[in-house]
Write a protein that binds this ligand. Structure first.
Ligand code: AMP
Ligand code: MG
Length: 295
C-alpha cells in the first residue's frame, strides 16, 4: 500500500538545534565558530555520547525499514578535508547495510551532463524504507558550478527555486531530508592536508586541485551563505556543523539525525498474519507441529 502525503512533513525543532538555519534567514558564516564544542564535554565523553546516538539510530533505522512508509535522505556538503568521509564512517557505520546506501557525486559523467542537473540526484533518491547519504549532492550545481563559472549566473540563480521544488516533491513522497554543511576553518584544512602529507597511507588522498581550491575559499563561503539562506526550509533544513573537532562533528550530526527520526514516532507494522493461530498450529502441536520429525 503506497502512502502519499498531501502536506509537507516538517522537521520538528529539538533541544539541540543551534546549528539549524531558519527559513529565509540571511546567513553570515563569520558568526559561526567552526571550533565550537559544548564545554562540559571532552573528546572521550563526546565519543561515548555519539555511540549512544548511533545505537538509537540503528534502532530507528530498523523501524524505518520495517515501516516501509518513509525514507531518509542526508546531504553532506563540505570543502575538501571537511570530514564527509569520516562522518559517514562514524555515524552511518553502525547502521544495517541492508537499507542504507551512500552515493558520491563527482564531476558529472557525459550521460549525466546530457540531462538537467537534478536528474542524477533524483535517480539516487531513496526508496521507501531506505536511508541514503549523498556525499556531495545536487548542491554542487550552485557551489562549484558558481565558483568556477561552469554555468552563467542567470542559470545557477534559477537553481535555488528548482532545488526547493525538487526537495518539496521528495518530502511529499515521504522522504525526510536533512542537510549538513560540515564547516572547518582554513587553518584546520591546511593542518589536515599536512597530516595527509606526513602519513604515507593517506598520500593517495592528496590532489593538487585541493590546494588550488583553497584559493577560492572566500568565494565558496559566499556561495554557501546563499545556499543556506535560500534553501533551508522547515521540511528540508540546513545545519551548519562546527567541524574543526571531529568528535564534536560526529556527536552533533548523529544527535540531529536520531532526534529527527525519533520524532516521526515510527512503529513496527501490524502483522499480516494471525500470530496466535500460527503459534497454535506450528509451535504448540504435539510431535513438533505440521512438519513430521526427520528423526
Ligand atoms: P571528491 O569528493 O574529492 O571525490 O571530489 C569530487 C569532485 O567532483 C569535487 O571536486 C566536486 O567539486 C566535483 N563535482 C561534484 N559535482 C559536480 C558538479 N555538478 N559539477 C562540477 N563538479 C562537480
Ligand atoms: Mg577531494
Amino acid at each position: 500500500m503506497i502512502k502519499l502525503y498531501s502536506s509537507l512533513t516538517e522537521i520538528p525543532m529539538h533541544d539541540h538545534d543551534p546549528f539549524r538555519i531558519p527559513p529565509g534567514h540571511k546567513v553570515d558564516l563569520t558568526r559561526y565558530d567552526p571550533a565550537f564544542k559544548e564545554h562540559h564535554l571532552d573528546k572521550d565523553e563526546g565519543a561515548a555520547e555519539t555511540e549512544r546516538h548511533t545505537r538509537r539510530l540503528a534502532e530507528l533505522q530498523y523501524l524505518l525499514y520495517a515501516e516501509q512508509r518513509r525514507s531518509l535522505l542526508i546531504c553532506l556538503q563540505a570543502l575538501d578535508a571537511g570530514g564527509k568521509d569520516g562522518t559517514i564512517r562514524h555515524v552511518m557505520g553502525p547502521l544495517n547495510p541492508q537499507g542504507t546506501r551512500v552515493h558520491a557525486f563527482k564531476v558529472p559523467s557525459a550521460e549525466e551532463a546530457a540531462h538537467d542537473f537534478l536528474w542524477r540526484a533524483h535517480r539516487q533518491a531513496p526508496e521507501r524504507g531506505e536511508v541514503v547519504i549523498f556525499n556531495r549532492s545536487h548542491y554542487e550545481d550552485v557551489l562549484v558550478a558558481r565558483v568556477h563559472e561552469l554555468v552563467p549566473k542567470a542559470i545557477w540563480q534559477e537553481r535555488f527555486d528548482l532545488i526547493n521544488d525538487f526537495e518539496r516533491n521528495l518530502n511529499l513522497n515521504g522522504t525526510v531530508i536533512l542537510k549538513f554543511f560540515l564547516r572547518i576553518s582554513p587553518q584546520e584544512q591546511l593542518r589536515r592536508f599536512k597530516q595527509r602529507l606526513d602519513d604515507p597511507a593517506r598520500h593517495w588522498k592528496i590532489s593538487a586541485a585541493d590546494y588550488e581550491e583553497r584559493k577560492h575559499w572566500d568565494a565558496y563561503q559566499k556561495a554557501y551563505e546563499d545556499v543556506l539562506s535560500r534553501t533551508s526550509t522547515d521540511h528540508a533544513p540546513w545545519y551548519v556543523i562546527p567541524s574543526d573537532h571531529k568528535w564534536y562533528r560526529n556527536l552533533a550530526v548523529s544527535r540531529i539525525i536520531a532526534d529527527t527520526l525519533e520524532a516521526l514516532k515510527m512503529r513496527c507494522p501490524e502483522p499480516s498474519v494471525d500470530i496466535d493461530e500460527i503459534r497454535r498450529q506450528y509451535h504448540e502441536a504435539k510431535n513438533g507441529g505440521a512438519v513430521t520429525s526427520d528423526k
